[in-house]
Design a protein around this ligand. Structure first.
Ligand code: GCU
Length: 424
């Protein structure tokens, strides 16, 4: 063979697979969305039409759930019990006497490895049992409120090692208060249970640490292709917190509202699909891999998310980069898995990356399952104008503004939860 070919072949071998994944330009305008067909929500793999709750729950729901588990988010490869539960703080007069504050460590252990999940809980006073919002935070419990008694990963400032002190930034105490309307929750009779999502699995492309490493078989260093990425691990964490909340006398575990923003909104939807104990599920600006339809390819696409965050989904999901039509599901089916429980999807008008209209359409397309249960589905043809919320058993709003969580969003979620709990 000629010398030049000998050189070209290895180069092709090296770049061939990459060029196959070359991403297409970002779609930013509705007019650029190409026509697409959604996979059928109510026809089984063998072609049976679903018309009843029994057939949905017995036939179609398990098929869809198993597909999301194996091809999208990844299967959790086993079970793990709590090793220890440590109550670090139980303060009856927090937030100027308006709330009870509890801080608790949930500890998991396998051989020499351990994972510590440090919960911060605020509850309204003088209530026998409170409904709660359960939510991950991005930057640490101490950022959600300026309360100086909030521990840093379960420790007081004076107990931090030098390394931990470097990471902890005093100025960030309460730095994310604007995203956490704790006063509004407490005044409306709701508590908040929150935890830094990095406690469960640090958000980086590294499977040597976090909860995954406690499940490995001997010699294993990363999940297999159909096993859990980080989103599935975070979803698993939510269920373990729920196990704990079921033992907390001051919390009404039948009224736990799962909330998540952005990547944590994707997490909330998947956790809500996995675990029926969450009574309401809220996705705030969750976008690609969350509430937005993948087939629209508007804003963030599968190839973007799998390239920039290769650890979030199961490895199997990477096969669908620039190949969305090969998926047997789309995200409307994830929302439908939450039925008949109330589900709320919120978008923001300046959040094109998360495809607000794609989030709306997915929610609407999940409606047929809610209708089978006789619930009030999202009955509107077109995305509503900004700040005109729809509250049935399904909820939707398009908030004016950017990718964020605001007081406006919380006001809607509290109203939505009130409406649901009062009617039950
Ligand atoms: C990035 C990512 C989104 C994600 C967001 C977030 O923008 O592309 O998919 O939702 O981060 O979690 O903040």
């Amino acid at each position: 063979m000629e010398r030049k070919y000998l050189l070209i072949i290895p180069i092709l071998l090296l770049f061939g697979p990459m060029s196959a994944q070359k991403t297409t330009p970002t779609i930013k305008k509705e007019a650029e969305v190409m026509p697409y067909d959604l996979p059928p929500l109510l026809i089984t793999e063998t072609g049976k039409e679903i018309e009843t709750v029994n057939d949905w729950e017995g036939l179609r729901r398990p098929e869809i759930h198993s597909y999301f588990a194996n091809q999208v988010y990844g299967v959790v490869p086993g079970q793990l019990e709590f090793h220890k539960i440590e109550v670090l703080d139980d303060e009856p007069t927090a937030l100027g006497g308006r709330a009870i504050r509890k801080q608790v460590n949930l500890i998991f252990k396998k051989e020499k490895r351990s994972v510590k999940m440090s919960l911060l809980i605020y509850l309204p006073k003088n209530k026998m049992k409170s409904p709660v919002f359960l939510a991950y935070n991005f930057k640490g419990n101490y950022t959600v409120n300026a309360d100086p008694s909030i521990l840093i990963n379960g420790k007081k400032e004076s107990e931090l090692s030098e390394e931990e002190l470097k990471k902890f930034n005093k100025n960030k105490r309460g730095g994310r208060t604007s995203r956490w309307a704790i006063d509004k929750m407490i005044n409306a009779g709701y508590g908040l249970v929150t935890i830094d999502y990095n406690n469960v699995d640090p958000d980086k492309n590294d499977f040597s640490d976090g909860i995954h490493s406690l499940f490995y078989k001997t010699g294993q260093t990363a999940p297999s292709k159909n096993e859990w990425g980080s989103l599935s691990a975070w979803a698993w964490g939510m269920s373990r917190i729920m196990d704990f909340l079921e033992t907390e006398p001051l919390i009404d575990s039948k009224k736990v509202i799962l909330f998540g923003h952005s990547r944590l909104g994707k997490t909330a939807l998947w956790a809500g699909a996995n675990d029926q104990r969450f009574s309401i599920v809220i996705s705030n600006n969750s976008g690609c891999g969350g509430a937005a339809l993948s087939r629209r390819r508007f804003g963030e696409k599968l190839s973007d998310i799998n390239t920039n965050y290769p650890h979030w989904f199961a490895k199997n999901f990477h096969y669908f980069n620039e190949n969305e039509t090969a998926l047997d599901v789309d995200q409307h089916m994830l929302i439908a898995l939450i039925a008949p429980r109330p589900v709320y999807v919120a978008s923001a008008s300046q959040d094109a990356w998360a495809d607000p209209n794609g989030e709306f359409i997915a929610t609407k397309e999940a409606s047929p399952v809610y209708r089978i249960y006789g619930k009030k589905a999202l009955e509107m043809e077109k995305q509503p104008p900004v700040n005109k919320p729809f509250h049935g058993t399904m909820g939707y709003h398009l908030r004016d503004g950017k990718h964020d969580v605001t007081d406006y969003d919380w006001e809607q979620y509290i109203k939505f939860a009130n409406q649901h709990f009062e009617s039950n």
